[in-house]
Design a protein around this ligand. Structure first.
Ligand SMILES: [Zn+2]
Length: 367
């Protein structure tokens, strides 16, 4: 009897040690993957917080992204969006929001320059790969969230590109001069892209700028799919079949985006992931969205766009120091190293590089 008890106790100890080792082994594997492959988060709203740390005007959490936290989490690069709240569609507001956006970009460049020992700005996929290889710095890429800043002036698309923005989220929650939004569909809107919006899409193709469809309405999305020569890119959107939210993408939309060779960068935060209480929203819920897209269209069309400092994050994924914990969860679910390489940046880089190739081909045709 004693002998049996001893054997059972030994087995129990063995299983316990194995489980611990297995978690440790997964984290070791995750660390290796993060060192080896380019890891990218395509959406945060941190720039305005870092530009104005003393402002009281924060409706969402702040400080989920910093260069030290990126290092800790094994996150190489992040797209820092300049977020524009939607105001009236009149000339004076269009002008002032454009001035504001340019000033925010200038301020954030200054911030990065002040931290040049920790961070550097990338303007191309080449820059990203080079900085990753050097391995020393957190990589910043600029983006514009809300084409409201473009107003009705096509030249401003060029201005944002020249200032360093590499994608424009065409709208936020409301109809602007470019298109209709998913959140509050406007019966008096454009019914998708406006005529001006069509010119914006064409110009962005010519510049090799990513057209971000997150926040766009379904009709806007399909107008872009029809018109754009580049693969479709959603910088921070999740799955409607799991969480019924107008900002999330339906299975049909996901299939149609994948058919363009595009990528869906899954957003985080309870609002887009699940109906369980915020205090119970975890990495497993995020991983369910990633699984869903993988099972629906394959592993070539998924990435991550956290929406940190803009509503993103969960109790066990509070900031960008937790990136490796997500990798551990995906390893636990059987994701291969190759699939994780694709998820963390390979898929997005394919889309970005293809977008630039389209621009080069358009330039050749023009000659
Ligand atoms: Zn957003």
């Amino acid at each position: 009897m004693k002998k049996i008890a001893l054997i059972l106790a030994a087995q129990f100890l063995f299983v316990g040690a194995w489980a611990q080792n297995s978690d440790e082994a997964l984290m070791k594997k995750a660390e290796k993957i993060h060192r080896k492959y380019l890891t990218i988060d395509t959406h945060n709203d941190t720039a305005m917080y870092l530009n104005h740390p003393d402002s009281e005007d924060w409706s969402v959490s702040k400080g989920q992204v910093s260069f030290p936290l990126m290092k800790k989490g094994g996150l190489d690069a992040a797209f820092f969006a300049i977020f524009l709240d939607q105001g009236p569609l009149r000339d004076s507001s269009r002008d002032s929001v454009y001035q504001y956006a340019m000033e925010e970009i200038r301020l954030f460049k200054e911030y990065v320059a002040k931290h040049s020992d920790e961070a550097a700005i990338a303007y191309s996929p080449k820059d990203l790969r080079k900085l990753k290889k050097e391995g020393k710095k957190s990589i910043v890429v600029f983006a514009l969230e809300n084409g409201y800043g473009v107003g009705q002036d096509l030249a401003k698309v060029d201005s944002f590109y020249n200032a360093g923005c590499r994608y424009i989220t065409l709208c936020h929650n409301y109809t602007n001069d470019i298109c209709d939004a998913s959140r509050y569909e406007n019966p008096n809107g454009h019914g998708g892209l406006s005529e001006f919006g069509e010119q914006v899409v064409k110009r962005m193709n010519e510049l090799g700028m990513l057209i971000d469809v997150s926040h766009a309405s379904t009709s806007t999305l399909y107008d872009i799919i029809k018109l754009s020569k580049a693969p479709i890119f959603a910088s921070h959107s999740s799955v409607r079949a799991i969480k019924d939210h107008p900002r999330n993408l339906t299975d049909q939309e996901i299939k149609d985006i994948a058919a363009t060779g595009g990528v869906i960068q899954i957003a985080t935060g309870r609002w887009c992931l699940t109906n369980v209480p915020k205090s119970e929203t975890k990495i497993v819920h995020l991983a369910d969205h990633i699984d869903h897209i993988k099972n629906l269209v394959g592993p070539e069309h998924i990435g991550l766009g956290t929406d940190f400092d803009g509503g993103g994050g969960m109790v066990d994924f509070q900031d960008c120091s937790k990136m490796k914990d997500l990798t551990v969860e995906l390893l636990r679910r059987g994701y291969t190293e190759k699939e994780l390489e694709m998820f963390w940046g390979g898929n997005f880089m394919r889309v970005w590089e293809q977008t630039i190739k389209v621009a080069q081909e358009m330039a050749k045709e023009k000659k």
